[in-house]
Design a protein around this ligand. Structure first.
Ligand SMILES: Cc1ncc(COP(=O)(O)O)c(C=O)c1O
Length: 384
């Protein structure tokens, strides 16, 4: 029987056309395609400013650096994330401070954030896990009270909305990812988005070694000289990556609709299995971005653990994943930051029970049915 992967990608004809035009253009590094991609993503998200970078990881780093995060500062974030969130904080020499999660959405719990503010807090960085927005109303209120900026790790949530607004409009800034598996991909890439102009000018400078112009601008305008106004990073996006993204953008809204349809089919099919698992929830006031479809197993109703569940699904030709093991499960963070699961009971339990089911726009509804039949047969056969 045909295998069903966790993730699949079919590049559009438009992406191939855009890439060919870059290959024929005589310029592959940052240039007009990047400018056009920035404008289109800003327009999609209705945000005034966007800076394209070569990963969301560096985007998070630049955004935090631009607001003064560095040695001696703390950044409050979630332990239930991909390690990039934490590594971006540590790359600046700042201290990550973790707040436990809401077990329903798997997103950072605002009450826990409130307990973690100190005089050293330089930023709060929630993650919109799987595409579900963090609780921005409450987090923004806490940040305003503490006069601490709110930078959203929106690597998963380009298609999401909070109270009808895209995430960069309900935080001080948001960083999206265009990694291969993401809802909108460039292969590699990210974008910092915000309504704060001076902040975004700083992010742009930091993304190009502090140079006042790009090589393409100097060539186009026949102005060979530039100034360097501060040290920065080599973080700008290339034309080739922007071209892939531009092509993908043409289908983005259609693909989001397809993701919604697939999520609904999963919900409908799994509705009878609530003794054994929970499907993802969507809180009122939120539009889920549907990057991942993560179920949570009721381990007390099953004789098998999550890893065995995934193994049994694989034997049926269905690939599942884990998003995520909390960062304190990894030896480096556990040892270096002296973390213990007992400080984060919700994240610790979630890390043992989450399973990501196959999810991508070209997945067929009949394949969703096959995945759900697999889930049902495994949980029924191994129930307590
Ligand atoms: C939650 C989260 N934050 C940040 C990143 C980093 O994104 P990138 O791979 O574009 O650097 C990822 C990537 O998967 C992610 O899942």
């Amino acid at each position: 029987m045909k295998k069903i992967p966790l993730f699949d990608l079919k590049l559009s004809v438009a992406s191939k056309r855009e890439v060919t035009s870059v290959l024929n253009s005589g310029w592959l590094s940052t240039g007009p395609k990047v400018v056009s991609f920035e404008k289109k993503v800003c327009s999609l998200m209705k945000v005034p400013y966007g800076v394209a970078v070569n990963s969301a990881t560096i985007g998070l780093q630049l955004a935090m650096q631009a607001i003064g995060v560095g040695p001696g500062r703390e950044v409050i974030t979630t332990p239930f994330t991909f390690v990039a969130t934490v590594n971006a904080i540590m790359a600046l020499g700042a201290q990550p401070v973790f707040a436990d999660i809401d077990p329903n959405t798997l997103n950072i719990d605002p009450d826990e954030i409130d307990r973690k503010f100190t005089a050293r807090t330089g930023a709060v960085v929630p993650v919109d896990l799987a595409g579900h927005p963090a609780d921005y109303n409450r987090i923004m209120k806490l940040c305003n009270r503490a006069t601490v900026p709110l930078i959203a790790d929106s690597a998963h949530s380009i298609g999401a909305a909070y109270g009808k607004k895209s995430i960069p409009l309900v935080a001080d800034a948001a960083v999206v990812s265009f990694y291969s598996t993401k809802n909108l991909t460039c292969g590699e890439g990210g974008m910092v988005l915000s309504r704060h102009q001076p902040f975004m000018e700083m992010v742009r400078l930091l993304s190009r070694h502090g140079l006042t112009s790009t090589a393409h601008e100097r060539r186009k305008n026949a102005v060979p000289l530039y100034d360097v106004v501060r040290p920065g990073h080599k973080a700008a996006m290339s034309e080739l990556h922007a071209a892939v993204g531009l092509g993908q953008l043409a289908d983005f809204k259609k693909q989001q609709k397809q993701r919604e349809k697939l999520a609904k089919r999963y919900h409908d099919n799994l509705a009878g299995l609530t003794d054994y698992l929970e499907s993802p929830v969507t809180y009122k006031n939120c539009r889920h971005g549907w990057h991942l479809f993560i179920i949570r197993l009721h381990l007390s109703s099953l004789k098998i653990d999550r890893d065995r569940f995934i193994d049994l699904m694989a034997r049926r030709g269905i690939e599942c994943g884990v998003h995520y093991r909390p960062v304190f499960e990894y030896s480096f963070y556990r040892n270096y930051l002296s973390l213990s699961p007992q400080f984060f009971p919700n994240a610790a339990y979630a890390g043992k029970r989450v399973v990501s089911l196959p999810f991508y726009p070209t997945l067929k509804l009949t394949e969703v049915d096959r995945v759900c039949e697999g889930v049902e047969s495994v949980v029924i056969r191994h129930r307590r």
